[in-house]
Design a protein around this ligand. Sequence first.
Ligand SMILES: [Mg+2]
Length: 346
Amino acid sequence: MSTLSKGFAGRVRAPKAGKAKGALLVVDDETSIAESIADLFRREYIVYTASNATDAYASVVDHDVSVVISDQRMPQETGAELLSRVALYNPSITRILLTGFADIGAVIQAVNSGQIYYYLAKPWSDDELHLVVDKAFEHNGLLRERDQLIEQLRAANTGLEGQVAERTRELQARTEELENSNRLISELARKDPLTGLSNRRHLDELFAMEVERSARHKLSLSVIIADVDHFKKVNDTHGHAVGDMVLVGVAKILESGKRPYDMTGRFGGEEFVVLLPETRGEDAMVVAERLRTALQEAAIAGFTGTVTASFGVASLLSGEDSLGLFAKADGALYRAKENGRNRVEF
Ligand SMILES: [Mg+2]
């Protein structure tokens, strides 16, 4: 058995190595025709040959073929049928049909349905064939380039989407951090760091706002000032750490003893304020008395003795401002201290 016939028996004839521009598959049931066509292109391309559609299709699957040139008339499967299968397998493979005039109807149908790129009617000249195959490779090169570009674009796009998503997550995290720190700053600006109650600055704001609101809507407004009794002695005897625990304890009792809509704050030192919107003097007195009792009876964490406070209560009169109201409450507090402490004065 010769090398040539052995090659055909083994399905596909192997191509010669060279500076190829791509792979061409030549299919013809007449092996001499397939060979003569193949010989025309071996210098430029990698060339495979096959003598039937089954082997040809296997070759397409096995090798990276750019162009298939197939005879139309073959036993079993026709060239048009083979090329239509090839198109389904990989539409980027450029397909050329070789045909006699008798088959022209089937060929035109194949061209129109997009199954083949070009057809050559017998008899063809080598020059003509060369031209068509070169054009086919050129066309195929463009198709492959296009597919590569699309693939690159798709990959770049996927990468870009990932980057955008990543940046969006970062931005959201940053925004959240910023919001949290803004909230913290605003809280710190309003809160007494020791007790967590409103600080003097925030109290002044609340005070001014409530006085104005009450004046405008002709609502009553009361204020309680509480001052821890003998606080200096607590500090002197037990130290400032214990003094701080006493202040924290007093704040907790005021906070839990007030009504939900009352506002509490630490005015400074051992002085606390409760603001009671829409509350008349006698009702504020009841609240103050309840707070005084609660404090006297409470056990304060970190301190063994009893803690009491003196309370001054005042109510807003029409035309009065926050300073006036506060001065009245302060006066009442002074009297509570004068009259023996641990008591409420109006
Ligand atoms: Mg034939």
